[in-house]
Ligand binder design. Structure first.
Ligand code: BGC
Length: 747
């Protein structure tokens, strides 16, 4: 399929992507199960995935091999519905299978925070809380539930490959896609995405990790050349991928749009061949981001295995390159092998997706639990929270459409809102401009808990009216929000519009003001000293209103900790100015988001010279005080740490006791940081281990954590991980800053 090439067509089809009703043409799409039951020696499930793939490849013609290595069009993203391939399910990507050999169609769906485009078929998919909410749980069990749910709902709809698994680090905190990712720390992000992808693949759906690599900003994402040294990359962004790949055995990695040290990520031999395939031992296939392929021979030799979503470089051109031996046949076979061994390993041949109505109840339950486990209590002065329904006579609920819903993140990760957008889109909004609110009303959930109180809503646009309502109420709960989307970075860390002024005015009118944040990532809070309580709910998903109310009223004791730093001010960031661009408004802007359109290549460099000092490491090294540090989060109870003991050697075991010193049951996330010996020349500590510990009032538990030597190592000039000799400082506590137990061990 040809990508539409005039501006007018482009804009028309983009708008069509939002109008799902127009997709009736693909309602007849088939599912990806091959028509006849596959036969052949490769169907012997007692053989290894590699053996099965080799047997199958031996049967394939050159045309058949090439046909599996590229997509068939822009799918539901840009294609007019009547031009979709007949069996495509209408999501981001489709590659027809080979029925004579029983090779299934590959049906790919964007699914970072839930399955997208479900409404194309009039179906439901659960909108989960955003990535930082999942990461703020610090809990692999939560990540597993998250991945299993997405995998299951993909399977129910006939998809056999997910395009989720985003783990770009929050190096640039204004990045518009932070809501898809898992914070700023490589170990936390890598471990959680690993747990998520493992659980997703157990559902018989191929997972992927994206966007590989250094795609840490949306501004200029197609032509920014990221400059960073290898040691820094290996110890930061690439480490997150390394852990994610190793923990999950994920089947696919999506290379990103940007360039890294002069080469596009999708034709960057260092990133793909040397690091991902050789060093990490990745056995799956590398798929390009949509339109992120820029060559045939260079990309194929650099390690790209699949071009998506079109066939510009990996269709006829690849065949010719193999015929002319510019790409060796062995490399072509390697590409196909990587794909087929993954399909065998994940179960696409043996356990194809079967159509099932999604279990809505399970979806709602998981979404609410993740939101509860992910909302971070940032401030609670004078024990403002939890609210006591029995004692409250009146509550003012203000702002952010809290009467009808909760915010979500935009772009290719946007999950269709069940029942439609709770706040209708402005006419003509494109997919990167839409601001979608899920129909989970915080106001309703608050009213349900405060049956005796007068609960009134003010939309917050008229600040004086909002302050007036606050003045007449026992407590004021102000909801503030920061919309975010793929395709644009936030212009600044400030809340948009009049929201800072709104909070200040409400706080001046009512000494019992509580702020609930619905943000993609961190924001500044000039009013922090004026309010009693702050709860960061992120984008809390389809049960967000209920989860927030549950925490405000103490049905749930908050336990989450920040997976990223909140800066006090923009000037404290490694790149105070950043390179923010306005959201795409017209066809020309939209073209810039998709590099398939070659006429717009205007490369520029971004020097990530902070290197591995991402997030809290930057604040430590630069002696800067954050507004809220990484790892921070309050509870309605209190915890005490004691008895730090360091035992064993290589690996080192850290033991300590955590006690619930308050009068409510809770769960404390206990964090272990290590500062490397002076010879490593790092002026920061690293998160190396943690555990979430449930504790009854008064209960104490001893925690033993074994330190993974990889997390203590530096990536040397020799291209190897090494443990530096000298004294390692261990710190243990409930935040990256604050009271921490300390001890040392020697290597
Ligand atoms: C995004 C990817 C996404 C792909 C397909 C791209 O614009 O960067 O994350 O998976 O589109 O929708």
């Amino acid at each position: 399929m040809r990508v539409p090439d005039t501006s007018k067509q482009m804009l028309t089809v983009v708008l069509a992507a939002g109008l799902t009703a127009a997709f009736s043409g693909i309602l007849c799409a088939q599912f990806s199960r091959p028509a006849q039951k596959p036969k052949g020696p490769w169907m012997d499930a007692s053989l290894s995935p590699d053996q099965r793939a080799s047997l199958l490849i031996a049967q394939m013609t050159l045309d058949e091999k090439v046909s599996l290595l590229h997509g068939s069009g822009w799918g539901a993203l840009f294609a007019p519905p009547d031009s979709l391939p007949p069996k495509s399910l209408g999501n981001a990507g489709f590659i027809p299978g080979i029925p004579r050999l029983g090779i299934p169609d590959l049906q790919m769906a964007d699914a970072a925070v839930g399955v997208t485009h479900a409404s194309v078929f009039g179906r439901y998919a659960t909108a989960l809380p955003s990535g930082p909410a999942e990461a703020a749980s610090w809990d692999p069990a939560v990540a597993r539930d998250y991945g299993a749910l997405i995998g299951r709902e993909l399977r129910d709809q006939g998809y056999n490959m997910s395009l989720g698994g985003g783990i770009n680090l929050a190096r640039e905190p204004r990045n518009g896609r932070i809501f898809e990712y898992k914070g700023e720390d490589p170990v936390l992000a890598g471990k959680l995405v690993g747990a998520e992808m493992k659980a997703l693949q157990e559902q018989g759906v191929i997972g992927d990790l994206k966007h590989y690599a250094m795609n840490d900003q949306e501004s200029g994402r197609n032509y920014v050349d990221v400059k960073a040294d290898r040691q820094a990359m290996r110890e930061s962004d690439l480490l997150a991928f390394e852990i994610g790949v190793k923990e999950s055995g994920v089947g696919a990695v999506m290379c990103s749009y940007n360039l890294v040290n002069g080469d596009y990520a999708c034709e960057n031999s260092y990133l793909l061949n040397d690091v991902l395939k050789k060093d990490f031992g990745f056995q799956g296939f590398v798929v390009s981001d949509w339109g992120g392929t820029h060559s045939t021979v260079k990309a194929a030799l650099a390690g790209l295995d699949m071009e998506m979503p079109t066939n510009t470089y990996f269709g006829e051109a690849l065949k010719k390159a193999v015929d002319s031996r510019q790409v060796p046949e062995s490399r072509l076979n390697d590409m196909v092998h990587r794909l087929l061994r993954t399909e065998f390993a994940v179960g696409l041949f043996d356990r194809p997706p079967e159509r099932e109505a999604p279990d809505i109840f399970r979806g709602l339950e998981v979404a609410e639990r993740v939101a509860e486990q992910g909302a971070v209590l940032l401030k609670n002065a004078n024990r403002q929270l939890p609210l006591s329904a029995a004692h409250l006579r009146s509550i003012a609920v203000i702002g952010s459409h809290a009467d009808v819903g909760v915010l979500s993140g935009g772009g290719s990760a946007q999950v269709d809102p069940a029942g439609g957008n709770a706040v209708p889109d402005p006419p003509g909004a494109n997919i990167f401009e839409r601001v979608v609110w899920h129909r989970s009303s915080p106001l309703k959930a608050i009213r349900a808990r405060a049956l005796e109180a007068r609960v009134e809503y003010n939309e917050g646009t008229d600040i004086a009216a909002a302050a007036n309502l606050a003045r007449q109420s026992g407590v004021a709960i102000v909801f503030v929000h920061q919309p975010a989307s793929e395709g644009r970075d936030a212009p600044s860390l400030s809340l948009p519009g009049n929201q800072d002024a709104l909070v200040a005015a409400v706080a001046a009118a009512n000494p019992h003001t509580i702020v609930v944040l619905e943000t993609g990532g961190p924001v500044t809070m000039p009013w922090i000293g004026e309010v009693n309580a702050v709860l960061e709910a992120w984008y809390p998903g389809i049960r967000g209103g209920e989860a927030v109310a549950g925490i405000l009223f103490g049905d749930v004791n908050p336990s989450a900790k920040l997976p990223l730093t909140f800066a006090k001010r923009e000037a404290d960031l490694p790149h105070p100015k950043g390179t923010p661009q306005p959201p795409p408004r017209n066809a020309a802007d939209l073209r810039e988001l998709f590099p398939g359109f070659k006429d717009n290549i205007r490369q520029f460099e971004v020097q990530y010279d902070e290197g591995a000092k991402v997030g809290y490491k930057w604040y430590d090294a630069e002696d800067k005080e954050p507004l809220f540090p990484f790892g921070f989060g309050l509870s309605y109870t209190t915890y005490a740490y004691s008895d730090l003991r360091l035992t064993g050697s290589k690996p080192e075991t850290v033991s300590f006791a955590v006690k619930n010193t308050g009068d409510r049951a809770g769960a404390e996330i206990a964090e272990v940081y290590v500062t490397l010996p002076a010879a490593a020349r790092e002026r920061f500590k690293r998160l190396v281990a943690w555990q979430k510990v449930p504790l009854a009032p008064g209960e104490s538990k001893t925690i033993n954590l074994v330190l993974d030597p990889l997390y203590l190592s530096v990536y040397s000039d020799k291209g190897e991980w090494e443990l530096v000799g000298g004294e390692y400082k261990v710190q243990v506590g409930g935040s990256s800053r604050g009271p921490l137990l300390a001890g040392t061990f020697k290597n």
